[in-house]
Design a protein around this ligand. Structure first.
Ligand code: CMP
Length: 144
C-alpha cells in the first residue's frame, strides 16, 4: 500500500543539526519526499496537532517546547510508510527507544524526543492536511 505520513523534526532536532541525518535515513530506506518546510509553529497549529493531549499534565510544556524554535515538517510517501516511520523513529519514551532508531540514537528523555511521526494512516491524513496546503505537496516519479 502506498501511504503518506507526516514526520517532523522538533525544535531540539533542528537545534542539534539532526535534519540531514533524519532525511538520510528516510531516503536510504527508499521513501519518497513529497513535501518539506521549515517554520516556527504557531500555538494555533500546535493546539490542533496535539488536540488529543490537551488534558495531559505535560500539555502546556509540550506546546512551549514545540514553539521554542523552528520545526522541519516533511511528508514521506511509500509502502507502509506510516508503520515503518514509527519503527525508525523509536519508542515515544526515548529511554525505551532501541539503538538504531532516531530517538534511540539521539535522545534520552520523553519530553525532548527530537522527532514526530504520525501513528496511523488516519492520523497521518489529518496531520498532513493541518501542516500542508495541497499545493505544497508534489507527486513525482523518476524520469525515464
Ligand atoms: P510524540 O509522540 O511525538 O507526540 C506527543 C508528545 O508528547 C510526545 O512525542 C512527547 O514529546 C510528549 N510526551 C508524551 N508523554 C510525555 C510525558 N509523560 N512527559 C512529557 N512529554 C510527554
Amino acid at each position: 500500500v502506498q501511504e503518506r505520513t507526516l514526520v517532523a523534526l522538533k525544535p531540539d532536532g533542528v537545534q542539534r543539526r539532526l535534519v540531514g541525518d533524519v532525511i538520510k535515513r528516510f531516503e536510504q530506506r527508499g521513501f519518497k519526499l513529497v513535501g518539506m518546510k521549515l517554520l516556527q509553529a504557531s500555538e494555533v497549529i500546535l493546539a490542533e496537532h496535539y488536540h488529543d493531549l490537551r488534558r495531559k499534565p505535560f500539555y502546556s510544556s509540550l506546546i512551549r517546547y514545540m514553539a521554542s524554535g523552528p520545526v522541519v515538517v516533511m511528508v514521506w510517501e511509500g509502502h507502509n510508510v506510516v508503520r515503518s516511520s514509527r519503527l525508525m523513529v523509536g519508542d515515544t519514551d526515548s529511554a525505551q527507544a532501541k539503538p538504531g532508531t532516531v530517538r534511540g540514537d539521539f535522545s534520552v528523555h520523553i519530553s525532548r524526543n527530537v522527532i514526530h511521526a504520525s501513528d496511523s494512516v488516519e492520523v497521518a491524513e489529518r496531520e498532513i492536511g493541518l501542516w500542508f496546503h495541497v499545493s505544497e505537496l508534489v507527486s513525482w516519479d523518476n524520469a525515464d
